[in-house]
Ligand binder design. Structure first.
Ligand code: SAM
Ligand code: MD0
Ligand code: SF4
Length: 348
């Protein structure tokens, strides 16, 4: 497969990135979004990909300052059985999602059993259901990463949130910046695709975001995300304000222009279904956080928003995308795209 399967990205300098992040000229920003959309269409045509979200345990040993599910937050938690996880995954696949994102808090129970039940779940989803899988387990040992990689688990998602080490230590308290970076690059070197991610509105500067955008390219992330911070009840950042969405949308557009090949989520977790259109119009090519209604499963940033109301379903997403002249990709089309991403990895 040739490198030319994807257009090459704009090599923006840190100064150029900072310029756009500081830009408050609506006309200039609209030009950026239009360019991002044009780049996206040249890569994906009118297709948009979709991931089902399965947050199967909300227990966590960590105390991230921004997160509702941090260990010290006194909330109701759940840990779903293997059967429940498979049932919801099957329902999502039947609805038409392209991939299942198995997400968890850093639950000590799973560390104790060395992720045996997660591996068994992956075997069924990949084998019997013939569907790609992403795992979002937090930091895990290299030995466990080896086991995921051996099973051809497609993706390892692990978001740094910021690449400013001082800010990182205030957000992901008592966690190692290096260990988190090393886990994802190790997974990449073992053949897994990796997703890197940012939180917007946690006290970062435009220069920090520019650094992150450049690092995401350096580590060869094939999926890149940004989500606006949503304040969580009971957490230390409860009274922080959520930022305006201009930042998130500008970052999506910059990612698309700099790295035309990557998957960039429009996450329903940030603003629910009403936030879909703007993110797609900024250059996103993937809808994430699709959750069946009344399933008893949660989102993260907005743990319950639009879930039971059925707002986070394929049916709802389809209506909005079709209105925009876009279509949801089939699983086969997604698998082909993933294959191209893998080939492209070798050239960058
Ligand atoms: N526990 C694993 C980890 O931290 O890597 C995986 C799940 S974690 C809940 C997934 C992501 O949700 C975080 O990396 C963060 O980007 C996002 N998130 C958590 N709290 C958020 C908030 N308050 N606002 C926006 N995004 C948030
Ligand atoms: C999402 N709520 O896609 C999910 C989550 C974890 N890999 C993804 C943050 O928005
Ligand atoms: Fe735990 Fe992940 Fe939330 Fe941090 S972001 S507290 S690791 S669930």
């Amino acid at each position: 497969m040739k490198k030319e399967i994807f257009p090459s990205g704009e090599k923006l300098s840190k100064e150029q990135i900072v310029h756009y992040l500081n830009c408050d000229d609506d006309i200039e920003l609209q030009k950026l979004f239009d360019l991002a959309k044009k780049v996206r269409n040249s890569v994906c045509g009118n297709k948009i990909y979709s991931y089902g979200f399965v947050y199967f345990t909300t227990y966590c040993r960590n105390d991230c300052n921004f997160c509702y599910f941090r260990a010290s937050n006194k909330i109701e938690r759940y840990r779903k059985s293997k059967e429940e996880v498979l049932e919801i995954s099957k329902a999502l696949i039947d609805d038409g999602v392209n991939l299942i994102d198995l997400t968890m808090g850093e639950d000590p129970e799973y560390h104790k059993e060395e992720f045996q039940s997660v591996l068994e779940i992956i075997d069924v989803i990949k084998g019997e259901y013939e569907t790609p899988v992403m795992i979002s387990p937090g930091v895990i040992s290299n030995e466990i990463i080896d086991r995921f990689a051996e099973r051809n688990t497609d993706w390892y998602a692990l978001y740094q949130e910021t690449h400013n080490k001082e800010l990182f230590s205030k957000m992901r308290i008592r966690q190692s910046f290096e260990e988190r970076m090393d886990s994802k690059t190790y997974a990449r070197d073992k053949g897994m695709l990796i997703e890197e991610g940012l939180l917007a509105g946690i006290g970062e500067s435009p220069e920090d975001i520019a650094d992150s955008l450049l690092i995401m390219g350096d580590i060869k992330a094939s999926q890149m995300r940004v989500m606006s911070f949503i304040p969580q009840e009971g957490s230390p950042m409860e009274n922080f304000k959520t930022p305006t969405r201009r930042g998130e949308l500008t970052i999506i557009a910059l990612m698309r222009i700099m790295y035309p090949h990557v998957l960039i989520p429009a996450s329903l977790d940030v603003d629910g279904i009403s936030g879909l259109k703007d993110r797609i119009n900024a250059g996103a090519n993937l809808v994430t956080s699709i959750i069946p209604p009344k399933s008893g499963f949660m989102g993260v940033a907005h743990s319950t928003m639009d879930v039971d109301e059925g707002g986070r379903t394929i049916a709802e997403v389809k209506v909005i995308l079709n209105d925009m002249g876009l279509e949801l990709a089939t699983k086969e089309e997604y698998v082909e795209y993933e294959k191209q991403l893998r080939s492209y990895q070798r050239y960058i």
